[in-house]
Design a protein. Structure first.
Length: 252
């Protein structure tokens, strides 16, 4: 029996990004949900293990990739989503080429296109590459604008995170706001989802994040109390963009 097409597609740059950023919200999104990992491809050849993968405890790039696929499958099962993986290798194993796997995946979705969620790209150039490529592809398909989610834990370090003042603060913060500010220059950004996790939602999210156990030691080194109840993962935020009207007489 052919499974039904997704009603929601989340583009996750890396294997853990969707869980870190949206595990609390996923049960509230139209189901079925598919999480698509963009940088999910196997390293080509036999490259030296990266600094990050070595810090995660892996001896080879291939070992790291196999483990991450398995971690992602466990998290997908826990969250009740489908797992899809594009063949772009991660970071140091990639060739810097075009992310054309995004084009093929989105173009291959049946009409009507599902709700699509993209990262805003806080402090992560590879997340911004995913965001901008997907925006171009969806525009070319004549699709509605996607929703845009805050990348956690990065955006979650904003001092005002999880408060009603978050958007105003992102608009002026030089450390955590540039990706939001870049989008704000192009779109009007309305808040589609503003979720401060309940204890029950937090427990579910924590369990999903723990599926990515190989990543937690270096993440904690960079982000401190990553799994603290009041830490950077405690709130999730998603925006709905709308194209800004051009002034009368201005040519696009």
């Amino acid at each position: 029996m052919t499974p039904p097409p997704p009603r929601t597609v989340i583009l996750s740059p890396h294997f853990d990004d969707a869980a870190l950023s949206l595990a609390g919200l996923i049960p509230l999104l139209p189901a079925p949900v598919t999480v698509v990992t963009v940088f999910g491809g196997a390293p080509a050849g036999d490259p030296p293990v990266s600094w990050w993968d070595s810090t995660c405890g892996f001896s080879t790039a291939a070992e790291a990739h196999r483990a991450r696929l398995a971690e992602d499958a466990r998290a997908a099962g826990l969250l009740g989503v489908s797992q899809a993986v594009l063949d772009h290798p991660d970071g140091p194993y990639g060739d810097g080429g075009e992310l054309d796997g995004i084009d093929a995946y989105l173009s291959g979705l049946p009409a009507p296109l599902p709700l699509v969620l993209l990262p805003i790209g806080t402090n992560q150039p590879d997340h911004q590459r995913v965001r901008d490529r997907a925006l171009r592809v969806l525009d070319g398909l004549g699709a509605p604008l996607p929703l845009l989610y805050a990348d956690l834990p990065y955006t979650g370090h904003l001092p005002e995170w999880g408060t009603p003042d978050a958007d105003r603060a992102l608009g002026g913060n030089p450390a955590y706001g540039p990706a939001y500010q870049d989008l704000l220059a192009r779109y009007a950004l309305g808040v589609a989802h503003d979720l401060v996790l309940t204890d029950e939602q937090w427990a579910r999210k924590r369990e999903a994040v723990l599926c990515y156990g190989s990543q937690l030691a270096p993440l904690a080194a960079d982000h401190g109390s990553l799994l603290a109840r009041g830490g950077p993962l405690r709130a999730e935020r998603v925006w709905s963009p709308a194209r800004r009207r051009q002034p009368a007489g201005e040519v696009a």
